[in-house]
Write a protein that binds this ligand. Structure first.
Ligand SMILES: NC(=O)c1ccc[n+]([C@@H]2O[C@H](COP(=O)([O-])OP(=O)(O)OC[C@H]3O[C@@H](n4cnc5c(N)ncnc54)[C@H](OP(=O)(O)O)[C@@H]3O)[C@@H](O)[C@H]2O)c1
Length: 302
């Protein structure tokens, strides 16, 4: 049986990286090393070893990954493409398990995988598959958690309460999967402690299934004085508008981010999981409206 003891985290200072690092450290099961760029301003808990690396140098990355059993990458958009070199270094260093910065939509769904916004993630998956085929001792897991629940509410991503005019997609009743950052952290721990069950495949985790209309009702309950004027919106039109701009060669965040909305709220994009690996990963998946209410209470003006 393979046991993961030494874990390197890339992107540990990010929105997701911070709670993932916390879950790894709090589990008490791992020796954790954080790989950062020399430019980073981030600070980390004293129990964590910090290693500054050159993310453009295979040698620098390989030397930093020597002795590591697993790499967990939670890099943001700017770091996605560079993960292929981190994977090459992980293979060279004898790392046994790689978790790339996946953590979202179901890229096994062909309609979702076709969106240009996921191009770098798909290239990384293909790189991992090839590396695992060529080096059977090297393995990977893709953690897919649907929409971030707490982050998505805080950022007005799932319901735009900040503008007061939330777009409500396709009537607002369509269900989608959502997971808190802490539960994603638990899913990472659960992956590393269930080596065989999570080998070379996607794992699916969710805290709950909800809808925009549910979020809207809960926001109104929590902050009745907050003016919320929903704007009925169509994911078909949203996608068509981005498709037209992509066809003209536009690949800005303004053009690409709408595809993420379509993958969460649209019909047939896998926004609601058909099955989960919650049990293997140790995520109860039993959050309720009361948990959403608690998050909204901490965010919305009272
Ligand atoms: N499911 C959802 O709803 C949802 C929402 C948001 C994000 N996500 C996904 O979650 C993952 C993490 O996103 P995030 O928003 O947490 O990211 P983020 O906050 O932007 O991540 C910042 C981290 O990435 C590292 N980084 C940035 N550029 C890098 C580079 N070129 N090379 C190496 N490291 C680099 C930074 O490193 P330093 O420490 O060196 O500064 C920092 O630690 C992504 O896969 C994203 O798509 C999912």
């Amino acid at each position: 049986m393979t046991t993961i003891k030494n874990v390197a985290v890339v992107g540990a200072a990010g929105a997701l990286g911070t709670p993932v690092l916390k879950a790894l450290v709090d589990s008490g099961k791992f020796n954790v090393t954080v790989l950062t760029r020399s430019s980073t301003k981030a600070t980390f808990p004293a129990s964590v070893k910090v290693s500054q690396v050159d993310f453009e140098s295979l040698e620098s990355l390989t030397s930093a990954l020597k002795g590591q059993d697993a790499v967990v990458s939670t890099v943001g958009t700017a770091g996605l493409q560079g993960q292929t070199l981190v994977i090459d270094a992980a293979v060279a260093a004898g790392v046994k398990r790689f978790l790339p910065s996946e953590f979202g939509s179901d890229l096994s769904n062909p309609k979702t995988a076709a969106f240009p916004v996921y191009g770098f993630k798909l290239a990384v998956i293909q790189h991992l598959e090839a590396a695992a085929k060529a080096h059977p001792e090297f393995t990977y897991t893709l953690v897919r958690n649907g929409a971030f629940l707490d982050w998505g509410l805080e950022q007005s991503f799932l319901l735009d309460w900040k503008s007061g005019k939330p777009a409500i997609w396709d009537g607002g009743d369509r269900l989608f999967s959502a997971t808190s950052l802490a539960s994603v952290g638990q899913a990472v721990v659960g992956t590393l402690t269930h080596f065989e069950e999570t080998k070379n495949r996607p794992v699916y985790v969710q805290d709950l299934v909800t809808s925009q209309n549910k979020l809207l009702a809960l926001a109104r309950k929590v902050a009745p004085q907050l003016k919320l004027e929903p704007v009925p919106s169509s994911t078909t039109e949203l996608k068509a508008a981005s498709d037209a701009r992509v066809a003209k060669g536009e690949f800005t965040p303004e053009v690409l981010i709408p595809y993420i909305f379509v993958s969460i709220f649209g019909d047939g994009y896998g926004g609601k999981m058909e099955k989960t690996d919650n049990e293997i990963l140790g995520v109860p998946g039993n959050k309720t409206d009361a948990d959403i209410e608690a998050i909204l209470k901490s965010l919305l003006p009272q």
